[in-house]
Design a protein around this ligand. Structure first.
Ligand code: COA
Length: 691
C-alpha cells in the first residue's frame, strides 16, 4: 500500500523492498517536510520485517534538484532533521539502501544519493553538485563523501565546476554502480534485492581520500578571481582538502562551517537572487503561437553577424543579408573567423564549424525574406534608415512574420508606425558580441501583440539567451541607465579624477570593466551621435560635461581609432593613460569654473552606482522594467555589474533603502537636480526593513 508519510514523501512496500518516493514539485527539493518524511520512511523500513532492502526515488521528472533554495535563510532550512541526520540514518541502515536516479540528482539530491549504499542511474540522467553556482558549497556531506568515492581530483573538478555529468560518465567515475534503461522501479527493486546479504558500503566509514598529486594551495590560487562564484570555489577547494586530511565527522563539521558562512553572506544571497530573477525574467503569460523556424538578419556587420551566429549555434537556418557583395563577404568572413577562433580553442570541432556556417545563407537582396518567420534588422542606428527598412519589410514579408529591430535606443513605435502591422513589430536588443552575451532586451512597442512577445521570449530561451521584457524609452533599461553612469564619470573627471582612477575604482567594486574603458570598447562615436540627437531636448540649466564630446571632436572614438579616453598601441587593447585627455579634462574643468580636487575612490563608486540605482528606480516606477530584479538581470548580464553583488537594485536593497535615500538627498543638496531621489526609492525607504 502506498502511504503518505508527509505532504511530500510516500512509502510503499513491494516484493520485500521499501520504496520511498520524494514527491515535492517542482524539483523534489529537500525541504523540511521531505527530510522529515525520509527519516520516517527509513525508520519504517528498518522496523518492517517484510522489508529486506530500500529504494529512494523521486516522483515526476527527476530524482531531486537539491535543497529547497527558497527555504534558505528561513527557519524551515534548519528544521530537524537536517540532511546530515537523514544521511546518517541511511548509512546506519542494516538493509541496503539504493538511490534510483532519473532526470537529475543535483546538490543535496546527489548528497542524499551519496549517503545511500548504492546508486543506480537511468541512462539519460545527470548528476552534479551545482552549489558553487549559487555561491555555496555542498552542505550535506557531499564534499566529504565524493572524494572518498571517486578520488579527490575528480571530486574537486565536479564540485568547483558545478557542472553535472551524464550517467555514462558517472559510471566511469565510479559515482554510480549501474546505469539502466527501461522500467525504473523494476530495475531499482531488482538491483536492491541483489544486494541483500552483502555488507552495505558506507562512505562515511572510509578513511580520508588520498591526497597524492593534489596541490590545494595551487588549486585555490587557480580560481579565476573574476568568476562570479570565486569565493565559493575557493571554499570548495578547502572542503575537498578537509576530505583528504580529516576523519569523516571532522570533515563534515568543516564543510558545514564553510557552508554556514557562505549561506549567510551577501555573495550567495546575490547569486540566489539572480538565479530566481533570471528565471522570472524569462516568463511571459501570453501564448507563443508564432512558430519561429526560419530567421532572416538584415545587416552583416558585427551585430548582424553575431546575431546570425547566435541563431545558427542553436540550430536555426539563417538568411544573412547585405546590400553589397563586399559587405556581405566581410560579414561572412568575420563570422567564419569567430568560429575558427572557437575551433582553435577546442570549443568547436571543424565539422561543427562547417555545419554552422552552412546554416547561415548569405543573400544580397531582401526578396528571400518573404518566407522568414522572424526578421531581425541590424542596420545603421538611424531612425530614417530604420523606417525605410521597415517600410520595405512590410511590403516583402509574409503575413504573421515577426519584424524585429535590434536598435539599442530608438523608439520602436516610430519604427512600427511605417508598417501596416505594428502588432508584429518588436525590439530585440542583442548585446555585443551577440553570439556570446546572454542578455536580450525584448522591447515591447505600444501595439506589439502579446503572442509576438511570447513567441520572442520563447525563442530567446531556445537560443540560450536570458530575455528581459522592457518598454519603449530612450535607451530602454540598460543604455538608459548608462547615461547617468557616464554622466557622473564625466563630472568626476572634471572635478579631479583621472580616467584610470575611475576605471580602477569601479573595477575595485567588481565591475568587469570601468565606464571609460567600456566607452572606448563600445565606440565613443555611437554615444556622441546620441548626445547630438538629444541635444535639442537637453535641459540647458543642468550641468553638462563636455569631456566626451571634445575627445570625439579629435576623431578619438575609442579602441577602433587607437584612442579615446585612453590611447592604444597598434594591435593592443590595453588602455594607456594619455596626457592629451588629461589636457582636455583640465580645459573643460577650467571653462566650467570647476576647481579640481582630490576625488576619493569611495566617492567615484558611490556616485556611479547610485546614478544607476536612481535611474533604475525610475525605470521601475515608469513600468519600463516590470520588476526591480529585471533591472538587476540586465545590468549583471549586459553591463558587467558584479553578479556577487546581485545587480544595482539588489545591492541598494542590501545596503538599505533608507541609507540609499539619505545619500541621494545628500548628493542632491551638493550636486543639484540630477540627484532628486526617485519616488520609488522614497517608497521603498518607508517600508519596514526586511531581515
Ligand atoms: N529549490 C527550489 N526551487 C527550485 C530549485 C531548488 N533547488 N530548483 C529549481 N527550482 C524552481 C525554479 O525556480 C522553478 O520555479 P518556477 O516554476 O516557480 O519558476 C521550478 O523549480 C522549475 O525549475 P526550472 O529550472 O524551470 O526547471 P527545469 O526542469 O528546467 O530544471 C533543475 C530543473 C533542477 C535542473 C534546475 O531547476 C536547477 O538546476 N535547479 C538548481 C539546482 C541547484 O542548484 N541545486 C543546489 C541547491 S543548493
Amino acid at each position: 500500500m502506498n502511504t503518505a508519510l508527509t505532504d511530500t514523501v510516500r512509502y510503499e512496500e513491494r516484493g520485500g523492498v521499501a520504496l520511498i518516493t520524494i514527491d515535492n514539485p517542482p524539483v523534489n527539493g529537500l525541504g523540511d517536510t521531505v527530510r522529515r518524511g525520509l527519516a520516517e520512511g527509513l525508520a519504517r523500513a528498518a522496523a518492517s520485517t517484510a522489508v529486506r532492502a530500500v529504494v529512494l526515488q523521486g516522483a515526476g521528472k527527476l530524482f531531486c534538484g537539491g535543497a529547497d533554495i527558497r527555504q534558505f535563510n528561513t527557519p524551515a532550512a534548519s528544521a530537524q532533521p537536517m540532511l546530515r541526520e537523514v544521511n546518517r540514518s541511511i548509512e546506519a541502515s542494516a538493509k541496503p539502501v539504493v538511490a534510483c536516479i532519473h532526470g537529475v540528482a543535483l546538490g543535496g539530491g546527489l548528497e542524499l544519493a551519496l549517503a545511500c549504499h548504492y546508486r543506480i542511474a537511468e541512462a539519460s540522467a545527470g548528476l552534479g553538485l551545482p552549489e558553487v553556482n549559487l555561491g555555496l558549497v555542498p552542505g550535506g556531506g557531499g564534499t566529504q563523501r565524493l572524494p572518498r568515492l571517486i578520488g579527490a581530483p575528480a571530486a574537486l573538478k565536479l564540485i568547483t565546476s558545478g557542472k553535472p555529468v551524464a550517467a555514462a560518465q558517472a559510471l566511469s567515475l565510479g559515482l554510480v554502480d549501474e546505469v539502466f534503461d527501461g522500467e525504473r522501479e523494476r530495475a531499482a527493486i531488482a538491483f536492491a534485492l541483489a544486494q541483500v546479504g552483502k555488507a552495505p558500503p558506507v562512505l562515511a566509514k572510509r578513511p580520508p581520500a588520498a591526497r597524492e598529486g593534489m596541490d590545494f594551495a595551487a588549486q585555490r590560487q587557480a580560481v579565476n578571481p573574476k568568476a562570479r562564484n570565486a569565493i565559493a570555489q575557493r571554499s570548495a577547494v578547502d572542503c575537498v582538502r578537509a576530505a583528504t586530511e580529516l576523519e569523516f565527522e571532522a570533515g563534515l563539521d568543516r564543510e558545514r562551517a564553510l557552508f554556514e558562512e557562505l549561506v549567510a553572506g551577501v555573495p550567495s544571497k546575490a547569486l540566489r537572487h539572480l538565479f530566481f530573477a533570471e528565471k522570472d525574467a524569462a516568463k511571459y503569460p501570453g501564448t507563443a503561437t508564432r512558430a519561429i523556424r526560419s530567421v532572416a538578419i538584415l545587416g552583416a556587420g558585427t551585430m548582424g553577424g553575431g546575431i546570425a551566429m547566435a541563431f545558427a549555434n542553436a540550430g536555426y537556418r539563417v538568411l544573412l543579408c547585405e546590400r553589397e557583395q563586399a559587405a556581405l563577404d566581410r560579414g561572412l568572413a568575420l563570422v567564419r573567423r569567430n568560429y575558427e577562433i572557437s575551433a582553435a580553442r577546442g570549443a568547436l570541432s571543424q565539422s561543427e564549424v562547417d555545419t554552422r556556417m552552412q546554416r547561415i545563407q548569405p543573400t544580397l537582396g531582401m526578396a528571400a525574406f518573404a518566407d522568414a518567420d522572424l526578421v531581425v534588422e541590424a542596420v545603421f542606428e538611424d531612425m530614417e534608415v530604420k523606417r525605410a527598412v521597415f517600410a520595405q519589410l512590410d511590403r516583402i514579408c509574409k503575413p504573421g512574420a515577426i519584424l524585429a529591430t535590434n536598435t539599442s535606443r530608438l523608439n520602436i513605435d516610430e519604427i512600427a508606425a511605417v508598417t501596416g502591422r505594428p502588432q508584429d513589430v518588436i525590439g530585440l536588443h542583442f548585446f555585443s558580441p551577440a553570439h556570446v552575451m546572454k542578455l536580450l532586451e525584448v522591447v515591447r512597442g505600444e501595439r506589439t501583440a502579446g503572442e509576438v512577445i511570447a513567441s520572442c521570449m520563447r525563442m530567446a530561451v531556445a537560443i540560450g539567451k536570458i530575455p528581459v521584457l522592457v518598454g519603449v524609452c530612450e535607451g530602454f533599461v540598460g543604455n538608459r541607465m548608462l547615461t547617468g553612469y557616464w554622466r557622473e564619470a564625466g563630472f568626476l573627471l572634471e572635478e579631479g579624477a583621472t580616467p584610470a582612477q575611475i576605471d580602477a575604482a569601479m573595477q575595485g567594486f567588481g565591475f568587469a570593466m570601468g565606464p571609460l574603458a567600456m566607452a572606448d570598447l563600445a565606440g565613443m562615436d555611437i554615444n556622441w551621435a546620441t548626445r547630438k540627437r538629444l541635444a535639442p531636448t537637453r535641459p540647458k540649466h543642468l550641468r553638462y560635461s563636455e569631456v566626451a564630446d571634445r575627445i570625439c571632436e579629435q576623431g578619438r572614438f575609442g579602441q577602433k581609432t587607437g584612442a579615446g579616453y585612453y590611447r592604444y598601441e597598434s594591435g593592443s587593447r590595453t588602455p594607456i593613460p594619455d596626457p592629451v585627455v588629461d589636457g582636455i579634462i583640465a580645459d573643460c574643468a577650467r571653462e566650467a569654473g570647476i576647481t579640481r580636487r582630490a576625488v576619493s575612490n569611495e566617492e567615484i563608486v558611490e556616485r556611479c552606482v547610485l546614478a544607476l540605482v536612481n535611474e533604475g528606480a525610475r525605470i521601475v516606477e515608469e513600468g519600463i522594467a516590470q520588476r526591480a530584479c529585471d533591472v538587476d538581470v540586465v545590468y549583471v548580464n549586459g553591463y558587467g555589474f558584479p553578479a556577487w553583488r546581485g545587480g544595482p537594485m539588489f545591492h541598494a536593497s542590501n545596503t538599505g533603502w533608507k541609507q540609499v535615500l539619505q545619500r541621494l538627498r545628500d548628493l542632491h543638496a551638493l550636486h543639484g537636480e540630477y540627484w532628486v531621489p526617485a519616488p520609488w526609492i522614497v517608497q521603498q525607504a518607508q517600508e519596514p526593513e526586511r531581515a
